[in-house]
Design a protein around this ligand. Structure first.
Ligand SMILES: [Zn+2]
Ligand SMILES: [Zn+2]
Length: 175
């Protein structure tokens, strides 16, 4: 079996495809660094196999589809424990020279496809809104920070009204 070729930048021109032709390529791409919120989340693995479908359109255009998957790893947004969620990527790009601006792909410069940037952006767009260690993660106690997953019965004494607590601190001088 042939190993997929690493293709952070991919030269479309060398495929010599004619209008109406289509190809499917198995490549490898580096998804790059990723920062979400103030915490460090990263794709795992960072270099992923991708399936790239290419169609040559009339007028030297391209219709492209990129499919891959990677896990997003980082701290659980509720309990800060290690979490990982699978991100499925299925992205499309159209590049039609001479057509309107919305038909120009930002990832195609001349005949070179910047596959790395495309895959990185598609990964970021596909990232779930919440990264959790498990869907029903109980999170941390808002009062003391205890991990509620480890201690489901965790509770505190009912809060004393702070005015009564202050009264309890008052001292009256006897004389
Ligand atoms: Zn969690
Ligand atoms: Zn607590």
């Amino acid at each position: 079996m042939q190993m997929p070729a690493r293709a952070d930048d991919f030269d479309l021109g060398r495929l010599q495809m004619k209008a109406g032709e289509g190809r499917r390529l198995e490549l490898e791409v580096d998804l790059g660094e990723l920062r979400l919120a103030d915490d460090d989340y990263r794709p795992e693995p960072q270099v992923v196999p991708v399936q790239l479908d290419l169609s040559r359109t009339t007028g030297s255009g391209w219709a492209l589809r990129l499919r891959t998957r990677a896990a997003l790893q980082g701290p659980c947004m509720r309990c800060l424990g290690p979490a990982s969620s699978v991100v499925e990527i299925d992205a499309r790009e159209i590049d039609q020279p001479g057509a309107g601006e919305e038909l120009q792909s930002p990832y195609i410069e001349g005949e070179v496809l910047t596959l790395r940037d495309w895959a990185h952006d598609a990964f970021v767009l596909a990232v779930p809104a919440a990264v959790l260690c498990r869907p029903d993660c109980a999170g941390l106690c808002p009062r003391c920070g205890a991990d509620l997953n480890a201690d489901p019965g965790h509770s505190h004494e009912a809060e004393v009204d702070p005015r009564w607590a202050k009264l309890g601190e008052l001292r009256f001088d006897a004389d």
